[in-house]
Design a binder for this molecule. Structure first.
Ligand SMILES: *[C@@H]1O[C@H](CO)[C@@H](O)[C@H](O)[C@H]1NC(C)=O
Length: 273
């Protein structure tokens, strides 16, 4: 994974935590978007790069919001040295109008506002993920080696059974990944819920999604790789965590209700009912 620098001052404590692994955790309390600002350079106000970036962000919004099956767009604008590569992926359950609105937020936030004109930036929202870069690496890869944004809720479970909780999360995420790559191959997206008996972690909600321009097999590899690293990346007792990347995205949340719309695609009953 590329070395990445965080823009959000609120994240600095977490940045120190995992500096050795060149990743950093962004607390959800910091608010949307949760950015990851690259260190590969900046562009100037009024530059060709800036206008290419803006044009691309507008085009990606239009394409993603007009493809209800995929809610996705990737592309490029301009030629070297001002070429910009970008991707917009809306959460698989949102409407085209919510996808469009999330694209609008990305257009507003990209560049100057959040990453102080870093050429390479990722913006995570609850309803979409946007990535822009002067390099094609993140689009050319079939995994998240082009960069990831890690988010944690910052809150802990009340249950003392941390090992049981971790097994529950792992089981749910694994089932959610399987559904996305085996049963929803058009969109490579799945939502999940596990209902358990321990009141400390009664309902866990999940989501797995890939950029739909990679194959189901590549999607499975990408998501399983993320899942394999999950408990090295996050605290064992954390209530919520996400790994968002240009190729795949995995999320788990403890809660009273789902963070996605509609019924869960995967339902695990572990409460004896
Ligand atoms: C949550 O648990 C971690 C240990 O995994 C601890 O460092 C942290 O202080 C706890 N946070 C809260 C809010 O209790």
């Amino acid at each position: 994974m590329k070395q990445r620098r965080l823009c959000s001052p609120a994240s600095l404590a977490h940045a120190a935590l995992l500096a050795a692994a060149a990743v950093a955790l962004l607390p959800l309390a910091a608010g949307q978007p949760w950015p990851t600002c690259g260190s590969s350079g900046t562009y100037k106000a009024g530059s060709t790069y800036e206008s290419n970036l803006h044009d691309l962000a507008v085009a990606l919004r239009a394409t993603a919001a007009s493809s209800p099956t995929k809610l996705f767009a990737a592309g490029t604008r301009g030629g070297a040295p001002d070429a910009v590569y970008g991707l917009l992926l809306c959460r698989g359950d949102v409407s085209v109008s919510d996808c469009y609105d999330c694209g609008t937020r990305a257009i507003r936030d990209v560049g100057r506002a959040v990453c102080r004109r870093a050429k390479d930036e990722a913006l995570v929202y609850n309803q979409c993920y946007a990535r822009f870069s002067d390099r094609v690496d993140f689009l050319a890869a079939s995994d998240n080696s082009g960069g990831e944004t890690l988010l944690i809720s910052g809150t802990n479970i009340s249950s003392a059974d941390v090992a049981g909780y971790d097994r529950a999360v792992t089981d749910l995420l694994a089932a959610t990944v399987r559904y996305a790559v085996e049963s929803n191959t058009a969109r490579l997206f799945a939502t999940g819920q596990r209902v358990g008996a321990d009141p400390g972690f009664r309902n866990i909600y999940s989501m797995a999604q890939c950029s739909p321009d990679i194959s189901p097999a590549a999607c499975r590899r990408c998501l399983e790789d993320v899942l394999g690293r999950w408990w090295q990346l996050f605290p064992l007792n954390g209530e919520g965590a996400r790994v968002a990347g240009g190729r795949c995205y995995l999320r788990s949340e403890l809660g009273v209700g789902p963070f996605y719309t509609g019924a869960p695609m995967v339902l695990l009953r572990a409460d004896g009912l």
